[in-house]
Design a protein around this ligand. Sequence first.
Ligand code: GLN
Length: 491
Amino acid sequence: MTHISSDLHDLTVAQLSHLLQKRKVSAVECAEHFLARTQKHANLGAFLHTQEEHTLAQARAADARLASGSAGVLDGVPIAHKDIFVTRDFVSTAGSKILQGYQSPFDATVVAKLAQAGMVCLGKLNCDEFAMGSANENSAYGPARNPWNTDCTPGGSSGGSAAAVAARLSPCATGTDTGGSIRQPAAFCGVTGIKPTYGRASRYGMVAFASSLDQAGPLARSAEDCGLLLSAMCGPDPERDSTSLDVPAEDFTQHLNDGIAGLRIGLPSEFFGAGLAPDVRAAIDAALKEFEALGVKLVPISLPLTELSIPVYYIIAPAEASSNLSRFDGVKFGFRANEYTDLSDMYQKTRAQGFGAEVKRRIMIGTYVLSHGYYDAYYLQAQKIRRMIANDFQAAFKVCDVIAGPVAPTVAWNLGGHANDPLADYLADIFTLPASLAGLPGMSVPVGLGANHLPVGLQLIGNYLSEARLLNVAHRFQQATDWHAAKPQGV
Ligand code: GLN
């Protein structure tokens, strides 16, 4: 086998795949190279669990397929999974103490599909506890750090995923997005990420946060890579996820190079208001100019209920979470309190000690808004506005093909910057929540550096099942620019 170059980690999924197929590098060499990097950059807190023996066994199996000529395009390419996906061969904690040491008897569908495609799992990635957060600081295992500036948050909740990809500890990662958790960390770390249409990827084996919103997707360094991964992740799973869409798996790389001249990109005025930091705005404006140079037409649109997406989401998501999290009681899964008097005391102590502050806050809010007398006033109202938000998008898609705007109002903030102020975190979700509530696909594309040399992400939102279009728009941009190739110093 030809000797591997020391900068294997700078290659994209597509490039690695090419080398693997040509047998210029082996899957075992790849796996060893990236595993060594996870150790070298352990200070980033990106990985929670590794299991070298398992990773190398997967790599050896991939090499055997590659040698026999029966390998698929992702065979031998390393990946790491957000710790919200359950895995048979790695501990799964969802970033929570209550799942400390939990070993799942099965793999999440998305994990299984990527393994079937031949990918080699490097380990499990840090995230906010039960994916609740915007800074990865709600992880019971300490925060992940932003490779662009280790004093800053990588974003959340898929903070470990974004940090690992940006720092080249893995060429790609899975994430989940309930209200922005793929797009926002991708933006903060300067990587590319896509949340598909709700129902595209199976939720089976994703530890549930808010089931009507949770959706899996990839983070990688280019739209092309995201397309390769998403093609392997999606597809119906009727037996195991009743909300999975009855839409066949698709090859999302097929339309990457389609022309985009004449495409109408809608700019919601609500996404460009006073709350948007000037440095983020400047990078977004420059990207929009680039799109105009590519022949795209920019059209003003309005998503009038944007502001309401925050209260609506922070009623619906906690409501669903309070129900989903009732299963963690110390009986079946993970952690159980050491000392207790009777069953009810065991439940209470386990939950009191096992859940972190943000999770408890949401369980209380969720229980409150679902309770008799408040259900109509809060939960039901929120559901009605959710529908109106979805309708507003449909009105917008009558005059544009794709919607663009910022992912977040600012670049990454300092770790601890929102300490004791959960509302500050909630407010920063304003631009990602609308697409989540509507179940629409959304993606983040790196488009520049803002304040303190930190990355800025452009959000692209498409109509239902238009992932191929979003990836196409992002890919054309990435062919014309090189922001997606920008690399943090010291990695
Ligand atoms: N920041 C949002 C929250 O805390 C979104 C999280 C997510 O998408 N998982 O709920």
